[in-house]
Design a protein around this ligand. Sequence first.
Ligand code: ZN
Length: 125
Amino acid sequence: MQPIDHFCCQNPDCPDRGSRGQGNLFFRGWSGKGKRIRMIFCRSCKAHFSERKGTVLEQSRLPDRKVLDVLNHIREGCGTRGTSRMVGVDKNTVTRYVLMAGTHAKSLHPELVAFSPSDPRSPGR
Ligand SMILES: [Zn+2]
C-alpha cells in the first residue's frame, strides 16, 4: 500500500490539485468489494475519492496484484495470450488493461519525455 504522500487531490477545482505531501490528504474509509480500496479525503476542497482515481486501476475489478501481474508480464515482452495463461485472466482482459495502461501512459509521455522521434504512422505529429 502506498503512503498518503504518494497521492494528490484529483478534484480539478481544488487549489491543491496535483500537489503531493502538502498535508491536505487523509485516508478515510474503504470502498470496493471486501472494502479493499482506501478512500482519500482532501481537507482543502472537502472531496472524497478512491486511491485508484487517476490511475490505471480506476474502474478495475481485478485485485491490484493481478493487474500489476498482467502489466509486468506485458512489460517484459510476454504476448497477450501468454500473459493470459500465466496470470490466469481472459486474453480480452489483458488487452483491456494494456489499452488502459497505454492511454494512461500517453498522457504522461509529453510531460516526462524531452523528445520523441516522429512516428510515420501518425502524420502531422
Ligand atoms: Zn482537494
